[in-house]
Design a protein around this ligand. Sequence first.
Ligand SMILES: [Zn+2]
Length: 177
Amino acid sequence: LKFLQRYRIPYTGLKNGHHKFDFEVDNRFFDEFDYSIVKEGKLAVSVDLERQENMMIVNFDINGYIFLNCDLCLSDFPFDVHIQERIIIKFQEDKEINNTTEEILVLSKNEHQLDIAPLLYEYINLAVPFHIRCTSPGNMENCDPDMIFRLQSLVNNADNKVVDDPRWDILKKIKNN
Ligand SMILES: [Zn+2]
C-alpha cells in the first residue's frame, strides 16, 4: 500500500489559515482498492485545508473523468466528474474516538497527518450514477447501436427458453428499457 502514502497531508507544522495541496488520481489509485466500482480514470484533486486553533476545515475539489460501463450497450465510456466536498476535522485527547460522522472526522491529538485516500475513494465511488448510460447528458457518445441490436436478438432468441443464468437477467433488463 506504499502508493497510497502520497495521499497524506502532514498538518502538524501548518500555520493557521488556508493551505493548498494538489493530488492526482489515476488507475494506480483504484488498483489499491479491491472493491472499487471505479477501476479507471484520471482526476485532479485540489485540497484547501484551513487550519484553525482546534480544528481544520478541508475542502475538496475533484475534477476529471472516470471510465464506466454502460448498462445498456455494455461499452466503456468516459464519464465527467465534478465533485465538491467538505470535511471538518476535530482533535481529541482520548484514544477512543467514536463520534466520527460523515462530515466531522475526529482524529487523535497524536496524529500528524491526514490520510485523504479513503475520502477520495468514497467521494469518487459515490459519484457513480445508479443507472449508467453512455447517453447521459454531458457525454457526446451514444449507445453502440450494433451492440444493442446484437444483444436484443440474443434476448429474443432466449425468450422461449428457461435459462438459469444471471447474464440473461441483464439482457432482459436491456430489452425492457
Ligand atoms: Zn450505452
